[in-house]
Design a protein around this ligand. Structure first.
Ligand SMILES: [Zn+2]
Ligand SMILES: [Zn+2]
Ligand SMILES: [Zn+2]
Ligand SMILES: [Zn+2]
Length: 128
């Protein structure tokens, strides 16, 4: 007796943030962007948040696989990592937030531009 169940208080954790995250789809406070893709958080779509830190993640960004295979780096799997900024190997554009990275080859790719990490129609831009 007297043992309280806290099962309903589901916590979600993500490697990119040290605190447990809360799943919600209510309007966030003020203008908020996803830490994974730097795009706006909107109500009505599930997202994960750590309110004390004003940390937000779209559920799609939360659910990104940690490892992918990418034609930009056929020898290694790419790791999902938080990056301050990077140059995407697939489309040549600058990005920030999460990227897929090979730390040996210094390859980065967008996580949120499907063409940038799809195996099928990746267009490589040669930069010199
Ligand atoms: Zn996002
Ligand atoms: Zn936090
Ligand atoms: Zn890209
Ligand atoms: Zn590599």
């Amino acid at each position: 007796m007297g043992k309280l169940s806290i099962e309903e208080m589901r916590d979600f954790s993500h490697f990119s943030h040290e605190h447990p995250l809360e799943l919600t789809n209510l309007w966030p406070q003020g203008h908020t962007v996803c830490s994974g893709c730097k795009m706006s958080i909107v109500a009505g779509k599930d997202y994960y948040t750590c309110k004390p830190c004003s940390y937000y993640l779209h559920s799609t960004c939360y659910n990104l696989p940690r490892l992918i295979q990418h034609p930009a780096d056929p020898n290694h799997d790419l790791n999902l990592v938080p990056s301050a900024s990077f140059d995407c190997k697939a489309c040549g554009l600058r990005g920030s937030g999460f990227s897929y990275n090979c730390s040996f080859c210094l390859v980065h790719c967008h996580t949120y531009v499907p063409q940038c990490h799809s195996q099928k129609h990746t267009v490589f831009i040669l930069t010199h």
